[in-house]
Design a binder for this molecule. Structure first.
Ligand code: TXE
Length: 480
């Protein structure tokens, strides 16, 4: 049984306490590797290594930081197939999606911020003729990066890349549900010659290892992606320590479709935005709001396309719906489907656990599920399910659509379908969220700020926002 190791001070190490946790392959429901059950002692070793490495890494010329990060990106591309297979086994997503989205974007994250190391700059201002002001940006020190299980390597690199590019050293913890690609990534970092102690990865449970990172006085900045409940918990300890905090949390995103939308495009993209990665993407559009003249036609077409989705072995090229990440998460999603029925919803397709034939017979599979007939304020429409479950509802007026779209405690993203350009701008400006897609979904430009409002998070990742987060700014004013 493969034993994953922590990566501390450039070395692969067993956890200090020598304890391990089972790592389960959700597609077959069996243990396939072991991960370190690390604790505060492992985090302490990691922080000491990161602190030792900080002076050398932060003073390295930007083109030298660029060179080693670019080498890591090249190695991700070289090993894309192996990384995609590892990700699919670890998380349950179709291997085809793992390669096209997670691994591809992990390489893109590292490459983008490698260039960021070269081009990141600060500003200066001439204050009349009396003075000149210039800003010095310096890396904060050791950055703590904690990531979730749904897009394991994609979101893991999304955090550590800007931190490293800005000159910080890092103590990172991937989710204990999907540790494998982060482990393989650390092997690529060692191969690329990343100096020891610059990146340290400590595997283990959130309340033990994650909390130890949050609590550690030697880590002044925390970048977290995960559930809103966990995010709120983190603020209770990091807040009084005056740590810099970037929180990317949950979502309950509206997908608003006006009668003048490009119908075929809206249906096809709505299938993707509803069920990609089994709906386990915080940007999925889980509440579809359709203008009444189009409602019946859209529901019929959407349900028919949903029924066509192939559920099965994530290693099969034809599979679109793989396994949910764990038995606990599968049961959470099934409990929400039960709740939808209890709240008066009608299940038009799906709703049940699927027993896949062959090697995946014990895997955690749920049918893509479409529910109608629910009020906007019911729990099914208010709470994040984070699985292959969407609700559909009609609306008559723009104001009604906006009220429903904005009517949850989240504010991460929204999707809008219309051919009316003025309406597109008008509605986008009134949606209370961090990201709006118009006539598309999940187009990503890494230069743009990324994040949510309300219960979806604090701060922004992406572009210079992320690199600024990992730096402190000092303004110097010189009288002329
Ligand atoms: O979150 P958890 P999950 C959201 C998604 C869903 C959730 C799924 O919408 O709500 O995250 O991810 C660690 N101190 N997003 O279940 O449980 C834990 O070990 C410190 C939004 O993984 O919060 C894991 O590594 N760390 C996002 C990480 O936190 C702790 C995109 C997340 O775990 C901890 C992806 C603690 N006390 C998912 N407890 C976006 N908005 O972009 C747990 N952890």
């Amino acid at each position: 049984m493969e034993k994953i190791a922590n990566y501390i001070d450039g070395q692969f190490r067993a956890p200090v306490a020598g304890k391990y946790l089972d790592n389960i392959n959700p597609s077959i429901g069996e243990v396939y590797s072991l991960i370190p059950d690390s604790d505060g002692d492992d985090v302490q070793l990691a922080v000491e290594a990161a602190t030792r490495a900080f002076e050398g890494w932060s003073s390295l010329l930007p083109d030298k930081r660029f060179a080693v990060l670019a080498r890591i990106a090249d190695l991700i591309d070289r090993d894309a197939d192996a990384l995609a297979l590892a990700e699919s086994i670890d998380q349950g997503k179709p291997v085809k999606l793992a390669k096209s989205m997670d691994i591809f974007r992990a390489g893109a994250n590292i490459r983008f911020y490698a260039t960021g190391a070269m081009h990141f700059s600060a500003e200066a201002h001439a204050t009349g003729v009396e003075a000149v002001n210039y800003t010095l940006r310096s890396p904060v020190g050791v950055a703590g990066c904690i990531s979730p299980w749904n897009l394991p390597l994609y979101l893991f690199t999304w955090k550590i890349a800007p931190a490293l590019a800005a000159g910080c050293t890092v103590v990172a913890k991937p989710s204990e549900l999907t540790p494998m690609t982060a482990y393989l990534f650390t092997k690529l970092c060692q191969e690329a010659g990343l100096p020891q102690g610059v990146l340290n990865v400590v595997h283990g449970l959130g309340p033990k290892v994650g909390q130890a990172i949050i609590d550690h006085p030697g880590i002044p900045a925390i970048s977290f992606t995960g559930g809103t409940v966990t995010g709120k918990k983190i603020t209770t300890t990091a807040g009084p320590m005056l740590k810099k905090l970037s929180l990317e949390l949950g979502g309950k995103n509206p997908n608003i479709i006006f009668a003048d939308a490009d119908f075929d495009q809206a249906v096809a993209t709505s299938i993707s935005s509803s069920f990609t990665n089994q709906g386990e993407i915080c940007l999925c559009g889980s509440r579809i709001l359709i203008e009444r003249p189009l409602y019946e036609k859209f529901v019929k077409a959407f349900v028919a396309k949903t029924k066509e989705l192939v559920i099965g072995d994530p290693l099969n090229e034809a599979t679109r719906i793989g396994a949910l990440v764990s038995e606990a998460h599968m049961n959470k999603v099934l409990s929400y489907i039960d709740l939808a029925t209890k709240e008066g919803g009608t299940i038009l397709t799906g709703g049940k656990r699927v027993t896949v034939s062959g090697r995946c017979a014990k895997g955690f599979f749920v049918e893509p599920t479409v529910v109608t007939g629910l009020p906007a304020n019911c729990r099914t429409n208010q709470e994040e399910i984070f699985g292959p479950v969407v609700t559909l509802a009609p609306f008559d007026r723009e104001e009604e659509a906006l009220a429903m779209a904005n009517g949850t405690s989240y504010g991460l993203s929204a999707t809008l379908w219309t051919s009316d350009l003025t309406r597109a701008h008008r509605i986008s400006s009134q949606l209370k969220c961090g990201i709006v897609w118009v006539n598309c979904w999940l187009y990503r430009d890494l230069r743009t700020p990324f994040g949510g409002t309300k219960g979806s998070g604090v701060g922004r990742e992406g572009g210079w926002e992320a690199m600024r987060f990992f730096t402190e700014a000092k303004n110097v004013c010189i009288r002329l």
